[in-house]
Ligand binder design. Structure first.
Ligand SMILES: *[C@@H]1O[C@H](CO)[C@@H](O)[C@H](O)[C@H]1NC(C)=O
Ligand SMILES: *[C@@H]1O[C@H](CO)[C@@H](O)[C@H](O)[C@H]1NC(C)=O
Ligand SMILES: *[C@@H]1O[C@H](CO)[C@@H](O)[C@H](O)[C@H]1NC(C)=O
Ligand SMILES: CC(=O)N[C@H]1CO[C@H](CO)[C@@H](O)[C@@H]1O
Length: 252
C-alpha cells in the first residue's frame, strides 16, 4: 500500500518549530522582583532618554515585555510594585513594613542568566511567577534602604529576589518622572526611540514587538547594515522541508 506521507511530514515538522507566545498578564497580580545596575543617563532597550534613569525604572522579563530583540509593548508602562516577602533565605523574610515603588519600564530583561526573567507562557520562574521586574537599583530616585532586611538574623541585607504585587498605573499621575517630559520619553526630537509617555495598549501608542519569529527591527545604529529579513524564515523553511521530502525516494 502506497501512502502519501507529505501532509503528516509537514505537520510534524511544523510542530517542531518553536512556538512563540508572549505572556498576556492581567493589570494586577503577583510577580518577582530582582535588581540590576544601570549607569545614570544610560539609554536602555526601549530607547528612553537618559533622563529616565533619574527616576525609578525597571526592566521587564522578556516574554511579558513582548520582544526579544529590542523595544516591545512593555516599554513605557508604569507599574506600582509592592514588596511581599523574600523566600530564598531560611526562614523566609516577611518585612514588617510595606514598601512600594512606581516604575516605568525602560528595558528588556532577557531570558537566561539566573532564570528569574525566563518564564514562558507555559512555565513560570522558580517562584511560580510569570513576570519579573528587574529594578534599576541603586538609583538616585530610590532610597538606599528601600529593601527591608534583618542583618542580625541573616547576616546580610540584600536578599536579591522578592515576591511582589504589581499594579498597572497611570504614568502621568503616578510616576515620579512624569513632570519631566524628557524622562517620560515624550520628546518629539527623535531622541527617544520607543518610549511612550503613557502607553494604553492601543497599537497607536504602544511599541511594536520584535523577535526572530516576527521580524527584528531595522538596525539604526550602522548605516547600510544589511539584515536578514526573518519574516522570510517560515516560507524558506517549508521550501527546505519540501526539497528534503522529495529527495528521499522512500518517502514518496
Ligand atoms: C512567594 O514565593 C514562594 C516561594 O516560591 C511561593 O510559594 C509563594 O506562593 C509566593 N507568594 C506569592 C504571594 O506569590
Ligand atoms: C530580626 O529577627 C529577629 C529574630 O526573628 C527578631 O527578633 C528581630 O525583631 C528582627 N529585627 C528586625 C529589624 O526585623
Ligand atoms: C490610531 O491612529 C489612527 C490615525 O490617527 C486612527 O485612525 C485610529 O483610529 C487609531 N487607532 C486606535 C486604536 O486608537
Ligand atoms: C531561578 C530559576 O529557577 N528560574 C527558572 C524560572 O523559570 C524558567 C522557566 O521555567 C527556568 O528556566 C528558570 O531556571
Amino acid at each position: 500500500m502506497q501512502m502519501n506521507l507529505l501532509p503528516l511530514f509537514l505537520l510534524l515538522t511544523t510542530l517542531a518549530i518553536p512556538v512563540h507566545s508572549w505572556i498576556q498578564y492581567p493589570s494586577d497580580g503577583t510577580a518577582t522582583m530582582t535588581h540590576y545596575t544601570i549607569p545614570k543617563d544610560y539609554i536602555a532597550a526601549c530607547g528612553c532618554t537618559g533622563a529616565s534613569t533619574h527616576y525609578p525604572t525597571a526592566a521587564m522579563s522578556q516574554m511579558a515585555f513582548g520582544s526579544s530583540a529590542a523595544y516591545g509593548p512593555g516599554c513605557g508602562r508604569c507599574f506600582k510594585l509592592t514588596l511581599l516577602n523574600t523566600y530564598t533565605p531560611t526562614p523566609p523574610f516577611f518585612p514588617d513594613v510595606t514598601k512600594s515603588v512606581v516604575v516605568k519600564v525602560t528595558d528588556l530583561c532577557p531570558i537566561g542568566g539566573a532564570g528569574w526573567c525566563s518564564a514562558t507562557a507555559d512555565k513560570p520562574n522558580k517562584s511560580g511567577q510569570y513576570i519579573n521586574f528587574d529594578l534599576a537599583w541603586p538609583s538616585p530616585a530610590i532610597p538606599d534602604d528601600f529593601f527591608p532586611s534583618n542583618a542580625s538574623l541573616y547576616g546580610y541585607t540584600d536578599f536579591g529576589v522578592w515576591n511582589v504585587t504589581y499594579q498597572t498605573v497611570d504614568c502621568l499621575s503616578e510616576w515620579a518622572g512624569a513632570k519631566q517630559a524628557a524622562a517620560l520619553g515624550s520628546v518629539a526630537d527623535g531622541s527617544s526611540v520607543c518610549c511612550p509617555a503613557n502607553p494604553s495598549g492601543s497599537a497607536n501608542d504602544t511599541c511594536p514587538s520584535y523577535s526572530d519569529q516576527n521580524g527584528i527591527p531595522p538596525d539604526t545604529t550602522t548605516s547600510g547594515a544589511s539584515l536578514v529579513n526573518t519574516q522570510l524564515i517560515p516560507p524558506l523553511y517549508y521550501l527546505f522541508v519540501l526539497v528534503v521530502y522529495f529527495s528521499i525516494p522512500e518517502l514518496l
